[in-house]
Design a protein around this ligand. Structure first.
Ligand code: NAD
Length: 486
């Protein structure tokens, strides 16, 4: 059994309370991690505050920050396999998925390392001849990052890479289900040469996140998690007007038109909903299919779904692992019951897996779903596909947008005019055309509507970690009328 302390001010610190982390595949505890207290959050924020306000970090040049980020990227590359094994053990997702994420993470740090020394202000073409005016892009300050269990370090990196490039410091609260990778990562921050206090970790239950949100020493909360938690966080942050960026849930439509290549589309539908056992914010959980190809597409999807290999997330041949924890399993089962009561029918799956038991759910395709059913309106975060029919393009767009979420969507068609026309009408932060579940460090990611506020990745993300300061320099040295606006 591994045992960890908190990570504060560059040191592993013994915790006053602890909790067990379970391996979802076998249900066994495998690590002991701290369940932090408000006082421990206080220590961590104080360390991050010192590092930001008076520490060597604040005096580093952007080039020096970039160099540290490149060293970190090299260390991640070196340790990707070990860190992926840890995440797969902690969250039950496939080792090959977690390894793919870890092998991709260095790119985020290289990309934003390159941005650190390009964060420049403007000289403003002044409308006042006696003023020279310029702007500075300054680091926002101390960031409280709160992350979920499905992709712990990928989703932290979405925040950390631009935040470090900007010069921020961090206190991180990972999910209580998957704290180990963040604590292991903290050691690599020190090895890379980041000064003490730049990166701190307080693990624990939701109350640790809540303590960060209300802390007056925190300048920004960067959150990924459920929409309902995001609303609580936004309300809490409002008390101090703490900045927030929120990456929340989804009920994303995967729209297949009759002119699509149905083999390719079926494959994309499978990737969209059964990849990561459906436990991704961008899961394509609503399949919108044109009536004329409904049966043809369904045959392909159900055929492939029945072949999905469930099993040990570490095994190379496994295609779908368990769901991540018991509450998640309960939620999936409850939604299945609700869907059937509302009139949906099971085309395949629909049960716990009889062979594997534990937290294994069969990949499930539900047909005869209408967009007003709860299964079509609420996020399940599990391997359940709801199939909804549509008549024509206008009908597809209407159903796709008839949701409180707006994280992602996909359009499957071979008609280039339709592809772009529909993409432009969809109210979602990401639209894929003839593809699903692709993200890139260079491309903004985030939600419309209740799927979030702000953008991560790409050039846009850096704005979430900087403040713009305007500096006015008087050029004549002459006094002016003190009773009028300048
Ligand atoms: P969650 O909202 O339950 O928990 C997320 C984090 O918030 C955890 O660290 C948790 O301890 C913490 N938390 C809980 N209550 C809190 C409170 N009152 N104040 C502060 N922090 C609190 O989410 P989860 O179950 O871990 O993850 C699944 C959810 O995350 C899904 O809804 C999914 O859609 C969403 N998600 C979104 C994205 C995205 O980028 N949009 C990516 C992945 C997951």
């Amino acid at each position: 059994m591994r045992e960890y302390g908190l990570f504060i001010d560059g040191q592993e610190v013994p915790a006053s309370h602890s909790m067990k982390s379970l391996n979802p595949y076998n249900g066994q505890p495998w690590a002991i991690v701290p369940d932090g207290t408000e006082e421990e959050v206080d220590h961590a924020v104080a360390a991050a505050r010192r590092a930001f306000d008076t520490g060597p970090w604040g005096r580093m040049t952007a080039q020096q920050r970039g160099a540290l980020m490149r060293s970190l990227a090299d260390i991640i590359k070196r340790d990707a396999e070990e860190l992926a094994r840890i995440e797969s053990t902690d969250n039950g997702k496939l080792y090959r998925e977690m390894l793919g994420q870890w092998q991709y993470l260095p790119e985020y740090y290289y990309y934003y390392a390159g941005m650190a020394d390009k964060l420049q202000g403007d000289t403003v073409p002044s409308d006042r001849p006696n003023f020279f005016i310029y702007t500075r892009r300054e680091a926002l300050g101390v960031v409280g990052a709160i992350t979920p269990w499905n992709s712990p370090m990928l989703l932290l990196t979405f925040k950390l890479a631009p935040g470090l490039a900007a010069g921020c410091t961090f206190v991180v609260k990972p999910s209580e289900h998957t704290s180990v990778s963040t604590l292991e990562f903290a050691k690599r921050m020190t090895e890379a040469g980041f000064p003490d206090g730049v990166f701190n970790v307080v693990t624990g239950m939701g109350h640790v996140g809540a303590a960060l949100v209300k802390h007056p020493g925190v300048d920004k909360i960067a959150f990924t998690g459920a929409t309902e938690t995001g609303k609580v966080i936004a309300a809490g942050a409002a008390r101090n007007l703490t900045r927030v960026s929120l990456e929340l849930g989804g009920k994303s439509p995967n729209i297949v038109f009759e002119d699509a290549d149905l083999d390719v589309a079926a494959n994309g539908v499978i990737a969209g909903i059964f990849g990561a056992t459906g436990q991704t914010c961008m899961a394509g959980s609503r399949l919108l299919v044109q009536e004329s190809v409904h049966d043809e597409l369904l045959e392909r999807i159900v055929g492939r779904t029945r072949e999905i290999r469930l099993g040990d997330p570490m095994a190379a041949e496994t295609e779908m692992g368990p769901v991540a924890n018991q509450p998640q399993l309960d939620k999936v089962q409850e939604y299945l019951e609700v869907a059937l009561k509302d009139g949906a029918k099971v085309a395949c799956g629909g049960k716990l897996d009889p062979m594997l038991g534990g937290l294994f759910v069969q990949p499930t395709v539900l047909i005869d779903v209408t967009n007003d059913m709860r299964i079509a309106r609420e996020e399940v975060f599990g391997p359940i596909l709801s199939v909804i029919r549509f008549k024509d393009e206008a009908d597809a767009v209407r159903i796709a947008n008839d949701t409180r979420f707006g994280l992602a969507a996909a359009v499957w068609t071979q008609n280039v005019h339709r592809a772009h026309r529909v993409a432009h009408q969809l109210r979602a932060g990401t639209v894929w055309i003839n593809a699903y579940r692709v993200v890139s460090y260079a491309t903004p990611f985030g939600g419309y509507k209740e799927s979030g506020i702000g953008r991560e990745n790409g050039m846009d993300a850096i704005r979430e970690y900087t403040e713009t300061k305007s500096v006015y320099v008087e050029l004549t040295g002459q006094p002016r009328d003190p009773f009028t606006l300048g």
